[in-house]
Design a protein around this ligand. Structure first.
Ligand SMILES: NC(=O)c1ccc[n+]([C@@H]2O[C@H](COP(=O)([O-])OP(=O)(O)OC[C@H]3O[C@@H](n4cnc5c(N)ncnc54)[C@H](OP(=O)(O)O)[C@@H]3O)[C@@H](O)[C@H]2O)c1
Length: 277
């Protein structure tokens, strides 16, 4: 079983360098897929209220026999709960039968709602009360980050953003880094689309004798981003963990980053306009 090293977030919390995405794993098959991920060695599970699988996360941890204390559990507060982020987190803890989660993120800023600053204030309080160890955001751009930091003086530990070779987020990653925020990558494999057959990825995979998915996940780690690949398949889950036995050259990292294009998003998920409740 692969054992992943950890990294330290800006708030001092320790977290594995790679996590497991749980969307859209649900029900008994979802529990089995998450339990097999834990058995393979994942110790960071990324869920959300809107994935409707928080209960399954707890069930999978129990089924796997792994200590809850050894698993970093991250959830996300949906847009409809911004005003009651604190209450939302209490409901999550009830659903998950937990005393605290390790990380909670605001899922989307939903700027037209005008409530993400309030949500951040509630999360700051929830952390002070011990309901959550680390607080952060998802899909936030620099001006959303400015607003919440100015209002509270508290910088998020993490910002989870769409990040894959077709959308490498050069500017947002630099902005996160400047502020001491860890970038987490959603859809790190580009949902296993053309990213995995793109020339520099395939060439690097052949050169290192690994799979294209392993090259892409290694690329995230070279960028100092924290990828959250999802797989329902035990073999692919295990393979996605075996990404530290080789290094990409600076030229290979650069060639993969150069696949980026302005319209490289998987769908129209620009956080200034796309909103999810
Ligand atoms: N914050 C946000 O707004 C947001 C948005 C989207 C997603 N997320 C999070 O990010 C996680 C990952 O994103 P995602 O699931 O959209 O995309 P992804 O992880 O890039 O891709 C998942 C797809 O890749 C396939 N796959 C996995 N490993 C593979 C491999 N080694 N070779 C070939 N195919 C492979 C999976 O199929 P199999 O299952 O069949 O292996 C699945 O179809 C989600 O689960 C969720 O936790 C967050």
């Amino acid at each position: 079983m692969a054992e992943l090293p950890t990294r330290t977030l800006g708030d001092g919390t320790s977290v594995p360098v790679l996590g497991f995405g749980t969307y859209p794993l649900r029900g008994d098959t979802g529990v089995r897929a998450m339990a097999s991920a834990l058995e393979a060695g994942y110790r960071f599970l990324d869920t959300a209220v809107n994935y409707r699988n928080e209960r399954e996360v707890t069930e999978a941890i129990r089924a796997s026999g792994v200590d809850r204390g050894d698993v970093f559990i991250q959830t996300k507060i949906p847009g409809r709960d911004h005003r009651g982020a604190h209450r939302s987190l209490r409901t999550t803890l009830q659903v998950m039968d937990l005393d605290f989660v390790d990380s909670a993120l605001i899922h989307w800023p939903n700027p037209s709602q005008g409530t993400f600053v309030r949500a951040w204030e509630r999360l700051v309080e929830a952390k002070e009360e011990g309901l959550v160890r680390s607080i952060g955001v998802s899909n936030f751009t620099p001006h959303h980050l400015d607003a919440i930091i100015e209002a509270t003086g508290v910088t998020p530990a993490s910002n989870q953003i769409e990040l894959h070779p077709f959308f490498p987020q050069v500017q947002q990653r630099a902005d996160n880094e400047r502020r001491g925020i860890t970038t987490q990558s959603w859809a790190p494999l580009g949902r296993a689309g053309e990213v995995l057959t793109a020339e520099p990825v395939a060439t690097a995979a052949r050169a290192h004798g690994v799979t294209p998915a392993q090259v892409v996940l290694r690329w995230h780690l070279h960028l100092d981003a924290l990828p959250l690949p999802k797989s329902a398949d035990p073999q692919r889950q295990a393979g996605n963990l075996e990404v530290l036995g080789f290094d990409l050259s600076a030229a290979q990292v650069e060639a993969i980053t150069a696949l980026g294009r302005p319209d490289g998003r998987l769908f129209d998920a620009d956080p200034d306009t796309h909103e999810e409740m």
